[in-house]
Design a protein. Structure first.
Length: 107
C-alpha cells in the first residue's frame, strides 16, 4: 500500500503541463512510474508508461475471459455433449478434408 508521502509524490498539478513541463513529467513517469494529474483538487487522469498500460489491459482481458469461462461452467451439462465424430457427421466433414488441411498451429 502506498504511503501518504508516496501518494503525494505521485501527483502532478495540471498547471505544470500549462507551464511547459510535460516532457519532464513524462521522463519522471518513465523513471518512477505512474503519476496522477490533479485538476481542481481532483484526480483527472493517470499517466503511466505504455508497457504498464499493456500489462494492465492483458490482466483485465484475462480476468474477463476467466469470468466468462466460469459463468459458462456454471451452466455446463455434460449430457448435452456430442462426440467429434457426431459433429463431423452433422457438418458433413470427412477425414479426407481434415487430411488436406495440413498442420494447424495454435497460439
Amino acid at each position: 500500500m502506498l504511503s501518504v508521502v508516496s501518494a503525494v509524490n505521485r501527483t502532478v498539478p495540471i498547471s505544470q503541463f500549462n507551464r511547459g513541463l510535460a516532457g519532464q513529467i513524462f521522463s519522471d513517469v518513465k523513471k518512477t512510474g505512474p503519476k496522477v494529474v490533479m485538476k481542481n483538487n481532483e484526480a483527472e487522469v493517470v499517466i503511466l508508461p505504455p508497457q504498464e498500460y499493456v500489462e494492465l489491459m492483458d490482466i483485465l482481458n484475462d480476468y474477463e475471459l476467466l469470468s466468462l469461462a466460469l459463468e459458462r461452467m456454471e451452466h455446463f451439462d455434460s449430457s448435452t455433449l456430442i462426440s467429434e465424430e457426431e459433429m463431423d457427421r452433422e457438418l458433413g466433414i470427412t477425414q479426407e478434408e481434415y487430411d488436406s488441411v495440413g498442420e494447424v498451429e495454435f497460439e
